[in-house]
Design a protein around this ligand. Structure first.
Ligand code: ZN
Length: 515
């Protein structure tokens, strides 16, 4: 009898096992947050010559994080929990945490450490090669690196989710549960409608022009102005910061520490302003995730597509709207009396609606942007599936670009080599940008239905109604639902590209005098 009692007492209860598994997961998140802070520092503050030792610091932390995330004792805990009662009868957060921690663990543990190291090292070297190759517009210098990376990515796909299509297995890192056939079908329907809208806008007699945005906007005034705007839409500067960088990003270094960044251009107001609206949108999501679950699935973002939906929503659906500029224009006029003294809110808002096909994705307008994304999705999918060889990529890129945009890139630096993603091993990442635009449009339409005076609130400088709706329907749900299920739950509708088409048409046609 005493033997039985002792063995029962020695075996932790499901609740104790769950608590230990969460503690372990939170410990990995502590290390990952330090890693993230080092990354932020590298891109904002670090002296130029500190890069070598920083790489050692980051590699050491990455190894620690990976060891923590694949520790055998955690695997045993999660296996016990996955067979136990909590996953069936526990509260949604508890069951979801077990399911998702187990899924993450299995995916990580199936990757051989050799592959993880080789991938990390190759990507660092490939990014350096990319920078040189792009500067010289020399495709032959990049080609062998992309061949290695796509070979490694195919190997990664086969290891981490062996039952799935290889492209789906890679996309799963960014948009869990997505299937490329579904994405391709949506994108195919979207493409034709966007091409039509672009042609209508470009051919319109009454096209907006953006001269007003290209006057003199002193940087120190911009710095004050964009902070006021970020705070105005709800970014909490007691739990975050705004700093300067070359390639803007948002990163999180703890539950109360969200870092957003931007760059500045004295002669083009949108560079910093829309950079900040975009990154603050990401930041609002991070600041709205359930704090008590920080580092565990209920406290994490659902997917990159959902993350991007929040940044695009504030950048485009809000930031380019009439309502927003009714509130924001007086602030802008005070900040830039010389440039905007004689202008009107309507003139400034209309200047933000220019549509013009161009070579570079990151400089594209809101409408043509999706065409850039969709062609990258098709090309990288063919590379993963082996129906396109890396050697044939530049020709495939140029042909496709000419078909979609009516322009042929004059060189590879402004064509196939413009993005860092593939060199950085980010394959399956591009579609999340357009998925984010689709989710943003569908979420915005639902918020407009739920809050009939939404635009009047924004015009009066009250963005909290929209933010609270996003908090309730998106942010507080963490990662418990996959992206499509989350959008469906939030909006009461199946995910569809039609919301994005309607949103673009209803905003861009009138701005071009097209009724
Ligand atoms: Zn973004």
């Amino acid at each position: 009898m005493s033997v039985t009692l002792r063995s029962q007492a020695d075996r932790p209860s499901p609740e104790e096992t769950f608590s230990a598994a969460c503690g372990h997961g939170r410990q990995a998140a502590v290390l990952a947050a330090v890693e993230s802070l080092l990354g932020w520092d590298e891109r904002t503050m670090m002296p130029a010559r500190a890069g070598g030792y920083r790489a050692e610091q980051v590699a050491a932390l990455a190894a620690l994080v990976h060891r923590q995330r694949t520790a055998p004792e955690q695997g045993e805990r999660l296996a016990r929990l996955a067979d136990g009662p909590l996953v069936r009868t526990g509260p949604e957060e508890v069951a979801g945490t077990i399911r998702l921690l187990k899924r993450d663990f299995d995916k990580q543990a199936r990757l051989p450490p050799r592959l993880v190291e080789e991938m990390a090292k190759t990507c660092v070297e490939a990014q350096q090669a990319w920078a040189v190759a792009r500067a010289e517009s020399s495709w032959p210098k990049l080609r062998p690196w992309l061949e290695r990376i796509f070979a490694l990515k195919r190997e990664q796909a086969a290891c981490q989710l062996p039952d799935r299509d290889p492209y789906d297995a890679l996309m799963d890192d960014y948009e869990p549960g997505s299937r490329w056939q579904d994405v391709a079908a949506r994108f195919d329907r979207l493409r034709g409608q966007i091409v039509t809208l672009v042609q209508e806008c470009v051919g319109a007699r009454d096209r907006p022009e953006d001269g007003l945005l290209r006057l003199n906007y002193p940087i120190d005034a911009q710095q004050r102005f964009v902070r006021e705007v970020a705070a105005g839409i709800g970014f909490d500067f007691d739990r975050g910061r705004l700093d300067t960088t070359d390639h803007p990003f948002c990163s999180t270094a703890g539950p109360d520490d969200c870092r957003i960044t931007t760059r500045w251009d004295e002669r083009f107001l949108p560079t910093a302003l829309f950079g900040v609206l975009h990154e603050a949108g990401h930041g609002l999501y991070e600041q709205g995730l359930p704090r008590e679950w920080y580092g565990l699935p209920p406290g994490e973002a659902a997917s990159l597509g959902i993350h991007e939906s929040q940044s695009r929503l504030w950048e485009n659906m809000v930031g380019r709207s009439h309502a927003f500029w009714q509130w924001c224009f007086p602030l802008a006029q005070r900040a830039f009396p010389e440039a905007l003294g004689g202008a009107t809110a309507d003139a400034l808002q209309r200047a933000l609606m220019t549509v013009s096909p161009s070579l570079i994705r990151v400089e594209a307008d809101e409408v043509t942007y999706n065409l850039h994304v969709m062609m990258r999705f098709d090309l990288e999918r063919e590379l993963v599936h082996g129906t396109l060889e890396v050697a044939d990529l530049p020709a495939a890129w140029n042909d496709r670009f000419e078909r979609d945009f009516g322009i042929r890139p004059p060189n590879d630096a402004e064509g196939v080599m413009q993005d860092i993603h593939w060199s950085a091993g980010l394959v399956g990442y591009f579609p999340t940008y357009t998925l984010g635009n689709m989710f943003a449009a569908q979420l915005m339409a639902a918020a407009e239905r739920a809050i009939p005076d939404l635009h009047r609130q924004i015009a009066a400088g009250r963005c909290s109604g929209l933010l609270e709706w996003m908090r309730d329907h998106v942010h507080r749900r963490g990662r418990l639902l996959e992206s499509e299920a989350l959008v469906e739950e939030a909006t009461g509708e199946k995910v569809s590209e039609r919301w994005l088409v309607e949103s673009l048409r209803s905003r861009y046609r009138p701005a071009h005098g097209l009724g």
